[in-house]
Design a protein around this ligand. Sequence first.
Ligand code: SF4
Length: 102
Amino acid sequence: MRCETVSEVCPGIGCFKAFNNRKVYFKDYDNNAEMIAFFTCGGCSGRRVYRLAKSLKKYGADVVHLSSCMTNMNDYPECPYVKTIKQTIKDNGIKVIEGTHH
Ligand code: SF4
């Protein structure tokens, strides 16, 4: 999951490359792991998250990574809603990892 605002200028290449090469926050996944979805929060205050978390559960997602644009406060403006977003995903029984490629 990534920041809707940042998605206007970022095609997501860093996230995909890190996953494809099993680097940084994806380094512990084996070759059987699949990226089955790639989406934004829907804009402040994460308005799409509740419904998406339900869909992800339905389709069997095990883990959601919050992208570096949501969690790396050195390079991006702080997301004021990240705690709530994280809890909403966890409430649906899905693990959350904070970070993707840096
Ligand atoms: S809720 Fe956070 S991640 Fe989503 S658009 Fe707003 S600042 Fe970005």
